[in-house]
Design a protein. Structure first.
Length: 141
């Protein structure tokens, strides 16, 4: 592989990588929030999480938004997108800090209704995140 091809790959990765990672992480959060993916709720918390409940998909979603803003910043700095990169850097920083804070604290009011329902039904590893077998077979509430 020539150095030109390697440089092109690095440029492409730097230009689109944060967007791909950000969209993937946001996709995980959307699936978790919508209730299409619920198995994570009864899983043990991440080792670094200090919250009382497992909310890692929401944390990943916040990191995903930070990655999107970081990608915008990089593309502005490279001249691909016109404008100043500082606002995008600030936005990325704000969402990265929010993601970090979410490993320490996540308010119950900012969880989806199906998650709150699961918590009220017991909210532990023995409690099925789906309210009924019929709902489980449909893949939603």
């Amino acid at each position: 592989m020539s150095s030109g091809t390697s440089g092109d790959l690095m440029t492409w990765t730097g230009q689109f990588g944060p967007f791909i990672v950000g969209l993937a992480l946001i996709g995980v959060a959307v699936l978790a929030w919508s209730g299409r993916w619920r198995g994570w709720a009864a899983s043990p918390k991440a080792p670094f999480a200090m919250t009382t409940r497992n909310v890692i998909p929401f944390t990943l979603g916040l990191f995903g938004v930070a990655a999107l803003f970081l990608g915008l910043s990089w593309n502005v700095a490279a001249g691909v997108v016109p404008g100043a990169s500082a606002p995008w850097d600030i936005a990325a920083g704000v969402f990265a800090v929010l993601a970090w804070v979410s490993t320490l604290w996540w308010p119950a009011a900012l969880t989806p209704s199906w998650y709150q329902d699961w918590v009220h039904r017991g909210g532990n590893e023995q409690t099925d995140p789906w309210p009924s077998p019929r709902a489980r077979s449909k893949g939603h509430r």
